[in-house]
Design a protein around this ligand. Structure first.
Ligand code: BDR
Ligand code: CA
Length: 356
């Protein structure tokens, strides 16, 4: 099994990353740290514990990490995830196991990761990269110890000939989501993202799952039907009531679908970004390009940030990617995935969660 430490800002798509990491039989989930992002740290930590309760995995240790970037104010995404970070979920249970306080999140991450055999464990951030950046800055010995970092973050646009978000930023075009240039997780703390990507040894073992890929992984109506009843089940036709946990994950997709339709005009179904970073860590063969091409990536850290960013056409948080040849370093950016296989994998994990 692949050891994974998951670092989340639990909103709607992070919940699927937790489901996959906690229930896939080929993953050993070492623990979860939380970070501000979709909502405040207090809310994302609560949401993480509640999702673990819903899927019968409250034994996974949860540590609260950082509440803000170290040189910026925290930004949140209530327009996409609601005020709670996980709005629209009437089936969300109240967590019963408290967050761990016996050590800090960074200590817990380091101790769990350094205890794994060298070259096996992955750090998988699906929120702002603040915890991950601090981890490798505080414990540089981890860089050579881990198998890698697989982060959901960034948007590169160019290099994707049929990129759904557009390849050129001009009037009315965009490849980011928080601004026309920048993806949310990188935008909220670009310095932390840069600290990872500009560390050549760490970049060489980093995968970035960017919007260009995640916008190919849409929870369409057909997918939602499969997730509600089970992909190979005829339960919908014989009227069997779906389980609470399936109802919860459908509530999550329903809310997410509405905000993506309202804010971005994406009506085919919401892109479920975060579980793809887990997939890239333990099952890269599901990306038809065997895990992706390599790019030298620079993160723009200057320019307006906050309310004025869009009006001022700020490029802060943009990830500028230049292709590099194999053996010349850079980060891995997957471009193609077997989306049906990933949905089936998530369906299997829901089936496992239903047993609890
Ligand atoms: C990323 O931002 C968050 O809103 C999502 O959870 C995802 O990690 C997408 O840009
Ligand atoms: Ca996230």
């Amino acid at each position: 099994r692949t050891p994974i430490w998951l670092d989340v800002d639990t909103g709607h798509d992070d919940a699927f990353a937790i489901l996959l990491a906690a229930h896939h039989p080929k993953i050993q989930l070492l623990g979860i740290s939380t970070v501000y992002g979709n909502a405040s740290l207090t809310k994302t930590t609560y949401n993480t514990r509640a999702i673990l309760k819903a899927i019968g995995k409250e034994d996974v240790p949860v540590y609260a990490g950082t509440a803000k970037p170290f040189c910026r104010e925290a930004a949140h995404a209530p327009d996409i995830h609601g005020e709670s970070g996980l709005d629209g979920t009437t089936c969300l249970p109240t967590p019963t196991v408290p967050v761990r306080t016996n050590k800090t999140a960074l200590e817990a991450m380091y101790e769990a990761l350094i205890a794994t055999p060298k070259g096996t464990a992955w750090v998988v951030p699906t929120g702002a990269l603040t915890n991950a950046g601090l981890l490798f800055a505080t414990h540089p010995d981890l860089v050579s110890h881990v198998a890698g970092v697989s982060a959901m973050g960034g948007a590169i646009g160019s290099g994707f000939t049929d990129a759904p978000m557009g390849t050129v930023v001009g009037e009315g075009e965009r490849f980011g989501n928080i601004t026309p240039y920048a993806e949310f997780n990188v935008y909220v703390d670009p310095e932390s993202a840069k600290s990872i990507i500009s560390n050549k040894a760490l970049a060489a073992k980093t995968t970035l799952v960017t919007l260009d890929l995640t916008h190919r992984f849409l929870a369409t109506g057909e997918v939602q039907k499969g997730m509600l009843h089970g992909f190979d089940s005829s339960a919908d036709s014989n009227g069997k009531e779906p389980s609470q946990v399936r109802k919860l994950f459908i509530e999550i997709l329903t809310f997410f679908a509405k905000t993506y339709a309202d804010i971005f005009g994406i009506t085919d179904g919401p892109p479920v970004h975060d579980p793809l970073a887990v997939v890239a860590a333990f099952a890269p063969a599901l990306f038809s390009d065997e895990g992706g091409e390599r790019y030298e990536v620079d993160v723009v850290t200057d320019g307006a940030h906050g309310a004025q960013a869009v009006a001022m056409k700020s490029q802060c948080g943009r990830t500028i990617a230049t292709p590099v040849l194999p053996g010349e370093g850079g980060v891995r950016i997957p471009k193609r995935l077997d989306d049906e296989a990933v949905w089936r994998m998530l369906d299997e994990c829901l089936r496992a969660a239903e047993k609890f």
